[in-house]
Design a protein around this ligand. Structure first.
Ligand code: FCB
Length: 439
């Protein structure tokens, strides 16, 4: 790696991120059915119709996996807790599930790792999907109950908690584009999900405050929108994409308002009295997390609103086909602090890439990953040098895992996983990172 710890402020934290459904193995420990099990069982939704039933068996191998986190010299482990494991029907506690997260928490602390939890990384219990899932306003109170049940058990030992990973994915990607569970393509469902996901966020923050917890945050996925050309039409569509993808959620949580260029179309589809929910949605948080991977070139398209399209860009791409654009991370860190969060700590809660990693003579050489991380750390340093309060950088991901609709094809890990034997092999990037972070 280009940098070591010494190139960052003393209190800067390095971490690695994972999520429950992508690694644990949902067939273990009494976890309930999730809408990802349903989505992946429907032909054409997921590469090879793969699911997270086994994933990488982290449920049984978590100690070995946490040894890898500790040996890399990482400070933080950003993990997620599965709603369907804690409450298989979405409402009734599963003692085995609670016990698992209790053991996992203690195993982090024993190794000197800071537990950074996310309460929801997309594994909605199917029983709640049956009730309308994110379309149903009651999801906010169901989510509050889940938060209460789980955090009453492990909240005393969390370093930090965020309620929901990536509200854009929960709402737009899953209810408008149909690429993720529940696979809807419905503007009305989308508007409701876009609002309820933030209401659930605020409800969970209030629940945890009532439990006396602190260091609570929100995690957004941000994607830089570049106009495909110099035309006013392309600029307008890039601005609209930016509002749908980025501003809606940041503005909801930090300003208690939604961007006008989105609202003018979605207003008829919003739930009743949505404006009254902003006092809950804007419940203050202690930090803001940014997940950043790429940018999109955006231009106008025929058809109904939003009448925009993504155009293939010229930059080098990762295996996901995502352009590598580190400037976007710098742009977001500076813009988020300037327009939304001020002095609030910012944390890069996910950043990383998929590459076609293979084991050769016992080693996995992944120079692209090292170059990607270096290029993005450059931008974090640049933002810090300009006074932006960036306090942490977490890599996605520790392990190769279930990459949602892409199945097991996209390898994002610092550690290679053989999906047949489940053997873990640290990649060259893992060793490089460990050399630069070990104290
Ligand atoms: C993020 C998700 C994570 C993973 C990475 C590649 O949007 O939070 O689960 O899929 O992308």
């Amino acid at each position: 790696m280009k940098y070591t710890r010494k190139d960052f402020p003393d209190d800067f934290l390095f971490g690695v991120a994972t999520s429950s459904y992508q690694i644990e193995g949902h067939s273990f420990g009494g976890a309930g059915r999730t809408h990802w099990d349903d989505f992946s069982a429907t032909p054409g939704n997921v590469k090879n119709a793969e699911n997270g039933a086994i994933a990488v068996d982290h449920y049984h191998r978590y100690e070995q996996d946490l040894d890898l986190v500790a040996a890399a010299g990482l400070d933080c482990y950003r993990f997620s807790t599965s709603w369907a494991r804690v409450m298989p029907d979405g409402k009734t506690a599963n003692p085995e599930g609670l016990d698992f997260y209790d053991r996992l928490t203690d195993a982090m602390l024993e190794r000197g790792i800071k537990p950074c939890a996310t309460l929801y990384h997309w594994e909605l219990p199917s029983a709640l999907a049956d009730l309308g899932g994110w379309r149903n306003r009651d999801i906010a109170s169901w989510f509050g109950d889940y938060t209460q049940t789980l955090m009453s058990r492990i909240g005393d030992r969390m370093y930090s908690v965020a309620p929901i990973n990536e509200p854009w994915c929960v709402a737009w990607l899953s209810h408008f584009m149909g690429y993720h569970a529940p696979g809807l393509r419905d503007i009305r469902a989308t508007a409701r999900a876009m609002h309820h996901v933030l209401l659930a966020h605020g409800t969970a923050i209030q629940t945890m405050r009532d439990l006396g917890m602190d260091n609570l945050g929100a995690v957004f996925n941000l994607e830089w929108a570049t106009p495909a050309d110099g035309s006013p039409e392309a600029q307008g569509k890039a601005a609209l994409y930016d509002s749908i993808y980025n501003h809606w959620y940041l503005s909801g949580v930090f300003k208690g308002a939604y961007p006008a260029n989105v609202l003018e179309e979605l207003e008829p589809h919003m739930p009743q009295n949505w404006q009254d929910d902003f006092p809950t949605i804007t419940t203050p948080v202690d930090w803001c997390g940014l997940n950043y991977y790429t940018r999109k070139l955006i231009g106008p398209d025929a058809g109904p609103w939003p009448a925009l399209k993504e155009i293939e860009g010229p930059l080098p791409k990762t295996l996901m086909g995502w352009e590598i654009y580190p400037e976007g991370l710098y742009n977001f860190l500076t813009r988020t602090a300037r327009d939304y969060t001020g002095d609030l700590p910012l944390i890069v809660t996910e950043n990383g890439l998929a590459s076609p990693d293979v084991i050769e003579n016992g080693n996995v050489d992944d120079p692209q990953r090292i170059a990607y991380l270096n290029a993005h750390m450059d931008k974090v340093r640049k933002a810090i040098a300009e006074g932006v309060p960036v306090k942490g950088y977490y890599i996605w991901s520790l392990l190769d895992n279930y990459e949602w609709a892409c199945g097991y094809e996209q390898r994002f890990g610092l550690v290679h996983v053989n999906f047949d034997t489940l053997e873990r092999t640290p990649k060259a990037s893992y060793h490089a990172l460990a050399n630069s972070l070990r104290r």
